[in-house]
Ligand binder design. Sequence first.
Ligand SMILES: Nc1ncnc2c1ncn2[C@@H]1O[C@H](COP(=O)(O)OP(=O)(O)OP(=O)(O)O)[C@@H](O)[C@H]1O
Ligand SMILES: [Mg+2]
Length: 330
Amino acid sequence: MTADRPGGRDAPLAPVLEQPYIRCEDVFKIYKSDELEVVALRGLDLEVYRGEMMALVGASGSGKSTLLNILAGLDQPSAGRGEVGGRDLLTTPAEELVDYRRSEVGFVWQQTGRNLIPYLGARANIEMPLMIEGASRGAARERATDLLERVGLADKARNRPDQLSGGEQQRVAIAVALANNPPLLLADEPTGELDNATAGEVFDVFAQLNEQTGVTIVIVTHDASIIERVHRVVAFRDGKTSAEIVRRTRFSREEQSDVDEYAVVDRSGRLQVPRDIADALGLGRRARVSLVGDHIEVRADDGAAAGPPPRAPSNVPPPTPPSAPPPEAP
Ligand SMILES: Nc1ncnc2c1ncn2[C@@H]1O[C@H](COP(=O)(O)OP(=O)(O)OP(=O)(O)O)[C@@H](O)[C@H]1O
Ligand SMILES: [Mg+2]
């Protein structure tokens, strides 16, 4: 069943016919200030299945954080359909979004300082969201101890954030985000302030938790090594998804596994030609597309630079429309 599953890995398992857990269709997000409008998402389509661990990559300003904030219930789309677990994020009233944020999502920010309370130890930080939800002190301690073990920090339970390394702080932050057992874990550049080796350790913790608990994970990152740890990488360009890289073989930290790279075709059949190919072909505003056997061929417009359609010279009278009445006899 490995090969059939979206994401291609046999792990905490989504039946093949399951509905997507996250479904974005034609999502727009427009930020308006006094005179300026920024279209941060322009018709974005994305599906994520329960139990998937995936990454979003893309140039700065391509809309990654905007989407993550929408999925986190921190912001709402301007138009389109954005659903998580069957809940429509466009129409959910603000009060209900508060509940949604508490029960459905855990969030890890890039800035280590934003994730943790500075004057509490690691375990107390994890206990905090549990106590807020009404857990007893004993139950909170038990859960926090278990999570500290899972992120490999059982021996640092009493350390405050300033007594932990950056990577350790992010591992505690993951434990805090998962304290109330949300089905969805979102992380916006969680390793942005870490060196490569430490970033790898933090990604490993995400991967282990995904495998052990089946929590769905979406990570925004600039770190190319993420492909080694996720089922799928989706690339953003100008507020839309443009490409997908899917692992073909089973997840394994030891083996280099094969990956397939796809261009995304949106629901209207629009396909983004990868930028390097567009540049190599010299694609301008128009291209010739033809069906050749079982594939299509795309060629740069071989005419001059694409401009307006040719016009008749001005000394030639325009043709008489076929429907024009014949001139009347005198
Ligand atoms: N609150 C806001 N008000 C106005 N414009 C915004 C706001 N948030 C984001 N934008 C704009 O929306 C676009 C997408 O921003 P976003 O933060 O989603 O990009 P990103 O892909 O996360 O970039 P980065 O990799 O730099 O974090 C950018 O042009 C940004 O300037
Ligand atoms: Mg961002």
